[in-house]
Design a protein around this ligand. Structure first.
Ligand SMILES: Cc1cc2nc3c(=O)[nH]c(=O)nc-3n(C[C@H](O)[C@H](O)[C@H](O)COP(=O)(O)OP(=O)(O)OC[C@H]3O[C@@H](n4cnc5c(N)ncnc54)[C@H](O)[C@@H]3O)c2cc1C
Length: 540
């Protein structure tokens, strides 16, 4: 395949930070960050050079591409480099260090379903591992090549990127799996619609990736995961097509959609889906409520969500996060409340929500409760809420990559009855391990990304300075401690980051044993030669 043909229009993906080459930080920005970290940790930190792709050592492709597929399959070195890793910080770090021990042998760019099928048939016949690839933003090792593979082909879906049909009467759209978030919204916008699903990785991730990983958007209540927007799916498996019927709802047995949603490329390749869409919001209201303590803040959040006002957003930052991301004093917690609607003014709802927050110890001045009447006034972009929003959108892994920082997140969900004790246990046990592994100067903070009437979805962020060269082992020790607390406390191993290879063990511990056996049996039927994403979901 001619390399020019495979270049996406938006430029090339970066192999060492999230997004495209245009998202890569400059050397100056990285040096500034190194200076800041040197000061914080009292250690001289230098900035490693980014290797040139041409200088990287890759094993020769172990496969030969048949003539019939040469126009869509490439063994180009740069393509293999770009598709070796997902977006976990350790993966990006290995890439920056030039470690490409397990690259795919080839990358396919099918342009239609027939071509997806042809690549899958070829790999199935040869026993090559197939790695479906959307935006490559997985943070759970979902797109890496397992060392056991005798040959591996990554199928990049980015050319199946169209909104094919909009059914305005039913408010649904038929959309190809490889479309990136911004392109999807651009295609729906002219008719006034939106999918309204915005994971933090929105600019770089795809509809297919969202569906098969059960992605969580940034709205905190109602439709938190992509699941509820999926009307029907179309997936190709080595055993044939899996297409479900478009239905607004159905009580007919275990759902065929549910089997695909969350399958993480292990049962087939999702090519398109009918998605429920909605009118774009016009009316908005938002408030940032400050609480003197974390306890008061999460109690207020519980009362608020249980009042069933269904705000679009109810995002709670603990004092550490509110200090760092929103500029508060490090002792106060911040609750961001947001309402929106395409048809109904939201002023009354925010008033009720703020009343509940104040009754539970929250503080917000009346003039900081912003209500937009639909005439285009911005809300949620000012003050502490605006500060938080900018830091949320502006994340860039490349800034700290290679500087020795161990910085990661783990997210979960747990019922309210277990909540405060669970939080205390996480902070105690994970905090102790962090202290042992990276020393006193660690951080461990929490926010609620989503809240349900029966429990929150807490999202913990930790960081500390690692020992040069030992970051992977140190991270593993911290991750193991966190996973153990989650599973033994009765929480989930992941609320929205998915299972991948990283969480396969934890997931098998939290699901009924028989359920695991049933899924393995289903995989045997759909993927008899076990070529699809080996090691993802199911431990080898
Ligand atoms: C900065 C950052 C922020 C993030 N924020 C969020 C967040 O807010 N919410 C959230 O849920 N997640 C988040 N994630 C994780 C990640 O973005 C999601 O899991 C996302 O859904 C992955 O989409 P993708 O298109 O990048 O898929 P990929 O990373 O390419 O793939 C993910 C998995 O799905 C499989 N796959 C991809 N496409 C297909 C297909 N068409 N058919 C079958 N299998 C397929 C892959 O093999 C892989 O196992 C974040 C990640 C990063 C790096």
């Amino acid at each position: 395949m001619d390399n020019q043909q495979v270049k996406p229009d938006r430029g090339r993906r970066s192999f060492w930070t999230w997004g495209w080459q245009s998202d890569e930080p400059t050397l100056g920005q990285r040096q500034e960050m190194a200076k800041h970290l040197s000061k914080r940790f009292g250690r001289k930190i230098s900035v490693p050079a980014v290797p040139d792709i041409e200088d990287l050592e890759l094993r020769a492709p172990r496969i030969s591409v048949p003539d019939s597929l040469r126009n869509i399959v490439t063994t180009d070195k740069a393509e293999r480099v770009i598709h070796t890793y997902g977006g976990h910080f350790l993966e990006l770090n290995r890439a920056l260090r030039g470690d490409f021990a397990e690259p795919p042998d080839a990358v396919a760019y099918p342009q239609d379903e027939n071509q997806v099928e042809a690549v899958l048939d070829w790999c199935d016949g040869k026993g090559y591992a197939v790695i479906p690839y959307g935006g490559g933003t997985t943070v759970v090792n979902g797109v890496s090549v397992p060392p056991s593979a005798r040959g591996a082909v990554t199928i990049d879906m980015e050319r199946l990127n169209q909104v094919l049909e909009i059914d305005e009467t039913s408010r649904a759209a038929r959309i190809q799996a490889g479309i990136f978030g911004p392109d999807l919204e651009d295609a729906l916008r002219p008719k006034g619609y939106t999918l309204r699903h915005f994971p933090q990785s929105f600019p770089w991730s795809t509809l297919g990736g969202w569906i098969v990983t059960r992605s969580g958007g940034h709205y905190a209540t109602n439709h938190t995961h992509i699941d509820d927007f999926v009307e029907s799916v179309r997936m190709i498996t080595p055993a044939g097509w899996w297409e479900s019927r478009r239905l607004p709802g159905s009580g007919a047995g275990p759902s065929p959609d549910r089997m695909v949603i969350g399958s993480e490329g292990t049962l087939g390749i999702l090519t398109e889906a009918w998605m429920r869409i909605q009118k774009r919001p016009v009316f908005r209201a938002t408030a940032g409520v400050v609480f003197p303590t974390w306890e008061k803040a999460y109690t207020a959040t519980r009362h608020l969500v249980q009042a069933k006002l269904w705000p679009a957003n109810l995002r709670l930052l603990d004092p550490e996060e509110a200090g760092r991301a929103a500029g508060l004093n490090g002792k106060q917690a911040l609750l961001i409340i947001g309402f929106e609607s395409s048809d109904v003014p939201q002023g009354e709802f925010i008033k009720l929500a703020v009343d509940i927050a104040r009754a539970n110890g929250g503080q917000v001045d009346d003039d900081e409760v912003r209500v937009s009447d639909g005439a285009g006034q911005a809300t949620g972009r000012e003050g502490a809420v605006g500060n938080w929003r900018n830091s949320f959108i502006g994340v860039n892994a490349g800034l700290t990559n290679g500087l020795g920082l161990i910085g990661d997140t783990f997210e979960t969900a747990i019922t309210w009855d277990k909540w405060p004790e669970f939080d205390a246990e996480v902070r105690d046990k994970v905090g102790r391990v962090l202290k042992e592994v990276v020393g006193e100067a660690y951080t461990l903070s929490c926010r609620f990304t989503h809240v349900y009437t029966d429990g929150p979805a807490p999202y913990y962020t930790f960081s500390g300075m690692g020992a040069p060269g030992g970051e992977a082992e140190q991270w593993q020790t911290i991750k193991d401690a966190a996973s153990e607390v989650l599973i033994s406390a009765g929480a989930t191993i992941t609320h929205h980051h998915s299972v991948g290879r990283m969480h396969a063990k934890g997931w098998s511990r939290q699901t009924p044993r028989l359920y695991g056996s049933v899924l393995r049996a289903a995989k045997k039927i759909l993927d008899p030669n076990s070529i699809l994403n080996p090691g993802v979901l199911f431990e080898p």
